[in-house]
Design a protein around this ligand. Structure first.
Ligand SMILES: [Zn+2]
Ligand SMILES: [Zn+2]
Length: 549
């Protein structure tokens, strides 16, 4: 027995123009007409998933490569307008694993390979090599030669409106191969300019089931009648940092933001945090996805984009940021503050007098919200319903810059001390601090100071004569809970496994009631993956406001 993958089989069928064919025909046409000729079409993923947007991303023509936009079907090539027409098809065959024995008690999975002899489809090698398959070969008639020349046939998918750049595979598509036809027409859309090009996908897979449920584990009993609320911290891995080159261990269809945004929101809404602090939210995704999506579920949000760092000269322009959402049914927004560490460094450090300190000027930010519970009557008469403060930050990532991390955390805590009226307003801090529990930055937060001999302060450019301390009394929620030690990891990738994300709170005015359990990953399991949409773990704590404070 031998097998081949379904996509390989289909791309060798005469119905589809292989890339070789289309490029040779395009060369001939280019010589005769000099009109642009379509050469290839690229999809957002070659492995479509039920209910996940599949996009025709770009086309390559003899004139230039073009990114396809949803709004404008007209494409400008060599100074003239043309019309690109996209049509979507699905295979008549459904490729579902045909091994009846191994999937007796479950929905049969989508096939990934096919037997060359009997044409049966299988979900993987295990089902292909299963005795059930051998048995079929022994008992059934040999392959009819006439059938061996049969190729896949496709039916058109009726998309409304027509010529869609994006198609969302339906339940009917599960197990079927999708085919996209792209063709260039003149501006009127009537006269075709050249032969169409085709792209076939792998069979559409089912949307994966959620990972094992995580639970709130109790820590303290609430005080009678106190106001309780949950805060989540989640670095959601911006698409701009989730390229195949940057995250090579994760298959690209699970890295695709069209897929991850669905599993991210599914995970967030399964815990329904009252306050949600996200890091690595890409600015365009905040507008087009995060804000409208979470608004539908009863949240309002604020976003603070990183400031462009013009001083490093690395030519790297970052445009992700921190977004904080809160449930509008529970809270009124009293006020908010944006913190830009670049500005703080320039104001406080007299950078212009010391060239070594330009390394302190980085584009990281923090977003601070003051919220007031809408519900009244939690506190004795005569006591105003309290406001509380939630800080959300993403500290600089580069491990070479431990002194900058300490400075950013120091400047942040100084600002918070001032904003919370000398620490009198209850405070919860969420974020990706990019600092491990043995770091100087972590030491500063929970122990109020960094010893001058801490290894993180021994860089040759360090700020001299600085008293690294603060007057907020902060505790780490997960650090307190887990036998006085932080989790083993909040990020787990082949490059780095460790704890970088935290929830801190002021125990004088905020009580910790419970914490979301941590996911249990197998030793070889890395993030992101099918089950884990980010390279970071979502943390969540349930807190109460305490009086008096
Ligand atoms: Zn077979
Ligand atoms: Zn199977």
């Amino acid at each position: 027995m031998s097998y081949y993958s379904t996509s390989t089989m289909l791309s060798s069928s005469p119905n589809s123009s292989s890339s070789n064919n289309s490029s040779s025909s395009s060369q001939q046409q280019q010589q005769s007409t000099k009109k642009p000729v379509l050469q290839s079409l690229t999809l957002s993923s070659i492995q479509p998933i039920h209910d996940v947007h599949l996009q025709a991303v770009s086309v390559k023509t003899t004139t230039k490569s073009l990114v396809i936009t949803e709004k404008d079907p007209g494409v400008l090539l060599a100074g003239k307008l043309y019309t690109l027409v996209l049509s979507w098809y699905r295979s008549e065959t459904t490729y579902i694993c045909q091994n009846e024995i191994s999937h007796q008690h479950e929905e049969r999975p989508v096939a990934t390979l096919q037997c060359m002899c009997c044409k049966r489809s299988f979900c993987g090698k295990q089902c292909f090599l299963h005795p059930w398959h051998h048995q079929k070969h022994r008992t059934e008639e040999p392959l009819n030669d006439k059938d061996s020349d049969k190729y896949e046939t496709y039916q058109a998918i009726q998309c409304e409106p027509k010529n869609l750049r994006t198609y969302i595979p339906t339940k009917d598509d599960i197990g079927r191969v999708l085919r996209v036809k792209a063709q260039l027409f003149d501006q009127s859309g009537v006269v075709p300019l050249s032969k169409p090009v085709f792209v076939e996908t792998k069979p559409v897979s089912r949307f994966p089931n959620p990972p094992p449920q995580r639970f709130l584990i109790p820590y303290n009993n609430p005080r009678p009648g106190s106001f309780q609320f949950t805060v989540m911290s989640y670095n959601v891995l911006a698409e701009m940092y989730a390229s195949k080159q940057m995250v090579p261990h994760c298959p690209s269809h699970w890295l695709d933001f069209n897929f991850r945004r669905r599993t991210l929101v599914r995970e967030i809404l399964s815990h329904r945090p009252d306050v949600l602090c996200l890091q690595e939210v890409q600015a365009d995704h905040y507008d087009t996805f995060w804000y409208p999506e979470l608004q539908q579920h009863g949240y309002n949000g604020l976003f603070k984009k990183k400031t462009k760092d013009v001083f490093t000269g690395a030519g790297k322009y970052s445009m992700d940021g921190c977004a904080t959402f809160y449930r509008t049914g529970l809270f009124d927004l009293v006020s908010s503050e944006n913190i830009e560490f670049r500005d703080l460094a320039m104001q406080r450090l007299q950078v212009h007098k010391n060239q070594n300190l330009t390394r302190m000027i980085k584009d990281n930010v923090a977003l601070v919200l003051f919220l007031r519970p809408k519900a009244r009557g939690f506190y004795p008469q005569g006591v105003n319903e309290p406001i509380f403060c939630v800080g959300n930050t993403h500290i600089m990532a580069n491990p070479q810059y431990t002194d900058v991390k300490i400075w950013q955390v120091y400047a942040y805590l100084q600002e918070l001390y001032h904003l919370t009226k000398q620490g009198s307003i209850p405070l919860v801090l969420a974020g990706d601090f990019n600092s491990t529990p043995d770091s100087g930055a972590y030491h500063l937060i929970v122990n109020n100071q960094v010893p001058s001999n801490h290894p993180d302060l021994q860089t040759k450019h360090s700020i001299q004569d600085m008293h690294w301390k603060h007057d907020l009394k902060l505790q780490s929620a997960y650090g307190e809970y887990n036998q006085k030690s932080e989790p083993l990891y909040t990020t787990k990738t082949p490059l780095f496994t460790g704890t970088l994300d935290y929830l801190f709170y002021t125990p004088r005015s905020v009580g910790l009631l419970s914490l979301l359990s941590l996911p249990e990953l197998a030793p070889e399991e890395m993030m992101p993956s099918e089950k884990n949409p980010s390279d970071h773990v979502a943390l969540m704590g349930k807190f109460e406001l305490r009086l008096p404070y």
